[in-house]
Design a protein around this ligand. Sequence first.
Ligand code: LLP
Length: 417
Amino acid sequence: MSVFVYQQGKLMAEQVTLASIAEQFSTPCYVYSRQAIEQSYLGYRQALNSRGANQHLICYSVKANSNLAVLSVLAKLGSGFDIVSGGELERVIRAGGDPAKVVFSGVAKNAAEISSALEAGVHCFNVESETELLRINRIAAERNQIASVSLRVNPDVDAQTHPYISTGLKENKFGIDIDEALSVYRHANRLNAIKIVGIDCHIGSQLVSAKPFADALQRVLALVDTLAEEGIELGHIDVGGGLGICYQDEQPPSAADYVASLLDTLGERNQSLIMEPGRSIVANAGVLLTTVDTIKSNEQKNFAIVDAAMNDLLRPALYQAWMNILPVNESADCPAQHYDVVGPVCETGDFLGKERLLAIAENDVLAVCSAGAYGFVMASNYNSRGRPAEVMVDGEQLHLVRERETIEDLMRGEINL
Ligand code: LLP
């Protein structure tokens, strides 16, 4: 159930009005609900209840929202983490996450990142190529350590999602071709500083059907069986992330149904199941607040020019993503009209929504919904705009969990000649 609901015409975040948050922290500003994050994480955990504690691990995908407060809420619940860089590893550690519950994904991990992950003692590396396997082996040997690895295989399954976030096809750069994976496993098995612990695949993001996941898992299981015949026994199967959410009218399976379908495909196997959900944990736990600066109309269009832009929230510009836009105060005073909700950045692609029916006036505050995932983390300083503040709501309490960037922040590290 959404925690962002109208009460007497005011859009709430848990027990606080979004209007009061905008007033206190100004806009643009991301707002996250602790309760919503916890609910979605616990939804996964409950769905996995039938498997013993050692038989599953939920590794929240840090890239979806890496604010320390978000990570620490999840770490307190015992979540593991899926990371893709040394920076994300450091965030997990600072947020109190357990490195032994970290899987290190990512297309080409560099030597420094591999070293720091070995130092921290991550659960495993999800290896994406033979080159990377050899690099991990060399660095682990130099450190007198054994590196635990799982190979990320590319199962060549169509995730039926936006092409930019589809990752499991042969034409995509990700993973090791499933037909070549057996020979890479054999190679890994001969390396002195490598311990094979699992297998991994991730076919894409914002999937709205359980079917491609099950298809991919089936292909992975066939390989798991072949490996077992060769004496290579795996401890875990990592199915990646990718479960979609409802932005507009999509009807993705619930976490419970999605997990049930995976468990069904998994059958009686004794491997532990690792999952890497990102979006489905945090997307609907966040909104982006923005103020209408100017209303401008011509013969064809009404524009609501707002103070958030593509640099604050890139998804509409990059993927033509539809994200709901709601006024934080319902108003009967102004007529509803169709607006293009656009930012002040100098690009035609700078929009948050097009042709939206809204009853709004200048200075009204709007909430862009489902912005908790791939929102702030994809923000940039384009047009020398400071990135927005981030606020976490917890019941009646408000916590500023990232300060708005200042002009000083913008130029930090630059040198004037
Ligand atoms: N595991 C791996 C290896 C991944 O590459 C990803 C996401 C995830 C897990 C988490 O997937 P999720 O459960 O969030 O779908 N910026 C895009 C999404 C990019 C996803 C990249 N990989 C967007 O805004 O839609």
